[in-house]
Ligand binder design. Structure first.
Ligand code: CTP
Length: 406
């Protein structure tokens, strides 16, 4: 599955462009978002209407379109994607890519992007075998451009040879190989749920956390190939597939389980850890008549802060430490303060005031705060979405930072 992954598809001018329509259909069926760019020559083979109808997206064609540039400029087109696919990739576009020529929207985006690029060459076999094309393709590969095909077969001119564009199913497999498991080999730790802090064998202090968001995050990271340990407080959520789940009750147990899971490449603390615990736990059930003694016996002491502890580990600090900030007011200001005080790298701030229904509910509205040594704190507003979608978006965001490095 390519759920919520973004593909920027450049269709250049070759007869194989008709197969790109099928490619769009297959990418969409796998859950990808497809944003198409059609070159001037590509337009001779497929119409913008058929491309946009299948992609359910606007087709971008012109570098100097005032409307397009004011809505989504070529730099955003180049960056707001997980992968750029050029299919078909003609000899001409490959040559321009190799020489850094940017004379239309497609080639400008290809020069401006910092995302992985996959090309599916398609041309006459003589053009493919020409030393110039071979030299261009070898250079592009040495710069990290990935290729799929071309295949041997019947060509447009009735000739037979190598130059036929790979079939859409094969291109889809190549896309999945690049994007499907971007967190493969990456180790993750996720905390989830509330903690229970016992007063006596029967009673405890807890909060309304359901564990939905943390469990969804653990599942989303595992779907991208990460090796995930989920440390969860009591929750009725099902254990996510493909994740090793450790069940704990108290904050101190959660901290121990987290430290046992180290080293990891990234940690996401989504648990609503109880800030305090009773200083002493009664060994036997407190009886009604003992209520008068409670205030004295219910002295609360602060629990360890798991997120802050992970963020200051000396030798095994995860490369990326991510926390949540559950706030009922002044959401971004408090989140900014937490980013600094906890020493973590990213904070997902959410409004948990009763009217939002976030705590225990299925939806969440996130402000993502990222700390960058050079550029300070960045803030992204995510639209109100299901906790599942937020989990997928976060896992992809992590994959973009850590996936390539792993
Ligand atoms: N957190 C943690 N250990 C704690 C308390 C919080 O790991 N003992 C983590 C949470 O998992 C979350 C982040 O810290 O990622 C912020 O939690 P939050 O409850 O919003 O804030 P607190 O630190 O508890 O501060 P306050 O309650 O004063 O807002």
């Amino acid at each position: 599955m390519l759920s919520n992954l973004r593909v920027l598809l450049i269709i250049s001018g070759g007869i194989a462009a008709y197969k790109s329509l099928e490619l769009i259909r297959s990418l969409k069926a796998e859950g990808a978002h497809v944003r198409p760019i059609l070159t001037k020559a590509g337009r001779e083979f497929v119409t913008p209407l058929s491309v946009s109808s299948l992609a359910r997206e606007k087709v971008h064609e012109d570098l100097f379109s005032l409307t397009d540039e004011s809505e989504i400029g070529h730099i955003r087109l180049a960056r707001e994607t997980d992968l750029v696919v050029v299919a078909p990739a003609t000899a001409d576009i490959l040559a321009k890519m190799n020489h850094g020529i940017a004379d239309d929207l497609a080639t400008t985006v290809l020069l401006a992007t910092d995302r992985p690029i996959l090309v599916a060459p398609a041309m006459n076999s003589r053009m493919w075998e020409n030393a110039a094309t071979q030299c261009n393709i070898a250079n592009l590969k040495s710069h990290g451009v990935m290729t799929v095909g071309p295949a041997l077969g019947e060509l447009a001119e009735g000739e037979f040879g190598i130059g036929r564009m790979a079939e859409p199913a094969e291109i889809l497999l190549a896309v999945e190989a690049v994007l499907g498991n971007p967190l493969s080999g990456v180790r993750a730790l996720v905390t989830s749920g509330p903690t229970y802090e016992p007063i006596d064998p029967i009673r405890y202090i807890a909060n309304r956390s359901s564990g939905k968001q943390g469990h969804a995050i653990a599942g989303a990271c595992a779907r991208l190939g990460a090796d995930v340990t989920l440390v969860t407080g009591p929750s009725t959520e099902a254990e996510p597939l493909g994740v090793s789940t450790v069940h704990v009750e108290t904050a101190r147990d959660m901290l121990r389980a987290c430290i046992d899971a180290l080293p990891v490449d990234f940690a996401i603390c989504a648990a609503a850890v109880s800030d305090w615990r009773p200083e002493s736990v009664h060994g036997q059930k407190l009886k009604k008549g003992q209520a008068a003694a409670l205030p004295a016996n219910l002295r609360l002491v602060e629990n360890p802060d798991i997120l802050a502890t992970l963020a200051v580990r000396e030798n095994d600090r995860p490369k990326l430490v991510i926390g949540f900030a559950a706030e009922t007011h002044d959401v971004v200001a408090y989140a900014r303060a937490k980013l600094a005080s906890k020493g973590c790298d990213w904070i997902l701030a959410n409004d948990v005031s009763a009217e939002t229904g976030t705590f225990g509910g299925d939806h969440n509205k996130i402000h993502l705060l990222t700390r960058d040594v050079e550029s300070g704190v960045g803030i992204e507003e995510w639209p109100q979405s299901s906790k599942r979608d937020i989990a997928a978006r976060l896992a992809e965001r992590v994959a973009r930072v850590l996936g390539a490095a792993a």
